[in-house]
Design a protein around this ligand. Structure first.
Ligand SMILES: [Zn+2]
Length: 183
């Protein structure tokens, strides 16, 4: 027997995935629009994998993210993708300056990690200076417009154009320094 639950009023809940937007859906839509705008501004076609990868990076809160982590984050979001298309999207966007790449050393050797370029995360207008431990890769962002400007002009005086680029200060963090001294 077929029951038309909708018309009889027996089921008030909309089917999962439809009806009222879930909390955060509007924020996701805004983030997607912002990332799509970045892609177009850089002259790239907005493809599903570029858009998804950029969104993951833009939402990482300044944390360097590996292609594998991006891939897994996309799967967790229900995005059907492959590691190869994540890499391909990263390479294309890196060439256009939308994402930054670094190599972080780990137990299995150096691995490439990525970050949305400043201005991509929505709050990117605030210039950041990164401080990274060269041993454990702990990283912190210092958001200080004056510091950023001073570093840029110091670099310029040395003949290095740092404007618009990521500035990283490599250090050894206290924990690693202590561990190194003891062990
Ligand atoms: Zn450290």
């Amino acid at each position: 027997m077929l029951i038309d639950a909708g018309r009889s009023g027996a089921v008030a809940e909309p089917p999962e995935g439809e009806g009222a937007p879930a909390p955060g859906a509007q924020r996701d839509a805004d983030a997607a629009a912002s990332c799509a705008g970045r892609l177009r501004a850089s002259g790239l076609r907005v493809t599903s994998s570029r858009l998804h990868v950029l969104q993951i990076l833009a939402a990482s809160g300044g944390r360097w993210t590996s292609p594998d982590e991006i891939y897994r984050a996309l799967l967790a979001r229900g995005v059907a993708t492959t590691v190869a298309s994540v890499y391909s999207a990263l390479r294309t966007m890196e060439a256009r300056g939308l994402v930054l790449r670094e190599f972080h050393s780990g137990v299995n050797g150096a691995k490439a990690v990525y970050l949305a370029a400043p201005g991509t995360s929505g709050d990117g207008l605030e210039p950041a200076v990164f401080i990274v431990c060269r041993q454990c890769n702990a990283d912190r962002q210092v958001r200080d417009r004056l510091l950023r400007r001073q570093l840029e002009s110091a670099a310029r005086r040395q003949g290095l154009a740092a404007a618009g680029q990521r500035l990283t200060l490599y250090i050894t963090c206290e924990r690693c320094a202590e561990g190194g001294a003891r062990g």
